[in-house]
Design a protein. Structure first.
Length: 317
C-alpha cells in the first residue's frame, strides 16, 4: 500500500501535500506494530446465498476519533480505499458504492472523506451453479488513515457464506440504513465549461424544482474526477431564470479533451443535507454528443461510471 498524494503542485498547498506525503513514510514501515486507526469488518447482507442470487456486502470502517479516510476522489491529498477480492469460481463483485463524503479541511487543503464510521457497499453475484458446502471469500483491503500524519493500513479479511460456519443473522436492515447514505439517483442534465480560470457547471431547468427551498449558499459540486476544481475555493451558486449555475475556481487538470464527468450536487434544504448523483457533458462537445453522454450516464448507476483519475501525484510503494 502506498501513500498517494493527488493534485501536487509547487505552491504552498503543494508543499503541504509533500509534507503530508513524507509523514506517511515511517508510519508505513511501522504498520505491523502500530494499532489500526480504521477497524475493518466485512458484513454480508445474509450468510446464505443461492445460485444466481445477488447480495450486498458492506465494508465497514470504524474510524478512531480525529482520524479520517477518503472518498473515491480524495481531494487535495490522500488516496481512496481499495478492495481486491479472491472468490470461488464464477462469483462476481460489483464496483464500490460510495456514501456521500464530508468536506475535511486541513489548513489550505480540502479533502473528501469519512470520519467516525462509514460502510462502503459492493454487490456480490453468485454463479448459476454453486458448489456444496461453505464458500470462503477474502478481500485484501487498503485504507489510508490520516490525522496530523497519514498511516497506510492494509489487511486480508475473510467471509464465509453457506455451510455451518456462515453467520446466521440477517443484516439486510443494517445495510439498507447504509444505503440511505448513498447519493440519490437523478436524471439531471448538466454541462461544464471553463471561463476566465473558473469551472462553470450549468444545470437544466428541472434542477430548480429539485432544489425547492434549498439554501443556495450551501450548494456545491463534489467531482468524481480529480483536479476539476480548486477544492477549497468558494462556490457561487445562482439562478438565471430556471437555470442553475455553479462557479468555482478551476483545478490543475486540463479540461481540453474532457468530454464528460460526474459527481455529486450537494446542498441543504431546511437544514437537511441532500446529495444527488449527476453527470455533465462538456459544453464544447457537439450538441448531439452532449445529449448522448448525458443519456448514457443517466442510464448507468452513477457509482458504476465514476472514475477516479489520478493524473498527477506521488506514489510511495
Amino acid at each position: 500500500m502506498g501513500c498517494k498524494m493527488t493534485n501536487f503542485t509547487f505552491s504552498i498547498r503543494g508543499l503541504l501535500v509533500a509534507f503530508l506525503f513524507l509523514t506517511c513514510i515511517p508510519q508505513a514501515q511501522a504498520q505491523d506494530s502500530a494499532a489500526r486507526h480504521a477497524k475493518i469488518r466485512l458484513i454480508p447482507e445474509r450468510g446464505m446465498i443461492k445460485p444466481g442470487e445477488e447480495i450486498w456486502i458492506g465494508i465497514e470502517q470504524s474510524i478512531d476519533p480525529g482520524w479520517h479516510t477518503y472518498w473515491q476522489n480524495p481531494g487535495d491529498s490522500g488516496t481512496a480505499p481499495t478492495a481486491a477480492w479472491n472468490m470461488p469460481e464464477g462469483f462476481e463483485i460489483g464496483p464500490i458504492q460510495w456514501p456521500v463524503p464530508e468536506k475535511i479541511a486541513y489548513g489550505p487543503l480540502l479533502n473528501y472523506g469519512y470520519q467516525d464510521h462509514v460502510i462502503l457497499l459492493q454487490k456480490l453475484k453468485a454463479p448459476e451453479k454453486l458448489q456444496d458446502g461453505p464458500l470462503t471469500l477474502t478481500a485484501d483491503i487498503e485504507v489510508l488513515v490520516c490525522q496530523e500524519i497519514c498511516i497506510p493500513e492494509s489487511g486480508s479479511y475473510a467471509l464465509t457464506l453457506n455451510g455451518d460456519e456462515a453467520m446466521t443473522e440477517d443484516n439486510s436492515v443494517f445495510l439498507q440504513e447504509a444505503m440511505q447514505k448513498l447519493p440519490a439517483a437523478s436524471d439531471i442534465a448538466a454541462t461544464f465549461r471553463e471561463d476566465s480560470g473558473n469551472f462553470i457547471l450549468t444545470f437544466a431547468p428541472q434542477t430548480k424544482e429539485l432544489l425547492g427551498q434549498a439554501d443556495l449558499k450551501s450548494a456545491a459540486f463534489l467531482p468524481a474526477d480529480w483536479g476539476l476544481i480548486d477544492n477549497p475555493a468558494p462556490v457561487t451558486a445562482a439562478f438565471n431564470g430556471d437555470i442553475l449555475t455553479l462557479t468555482q475556481k478551476r483545478g490543475d487538470r486540463p479540461l481540453d479533451g474532457l468530454q464528460s464527468t460526474s459527481g455529486l450536487l450537494v446542498f441543504e434544504d431546511s437544514g437537511v443535507k441532500k446529495a444527488y448523483a449527476i453527470s455533465a457533458a462538456s459544453s464544447a462537445a457537439p450538441a448531439a454528443m452532449q445529449g448522448k453522454i448525458a443519456s448514457d450516464l443517466a442510464m448507468t448507476p452513477l457509482l458504476q461510471v465514476l472514475i477516479f483519475a489520478v493524473l498527477g501525484g506521488l506514489i510511495l510503494n
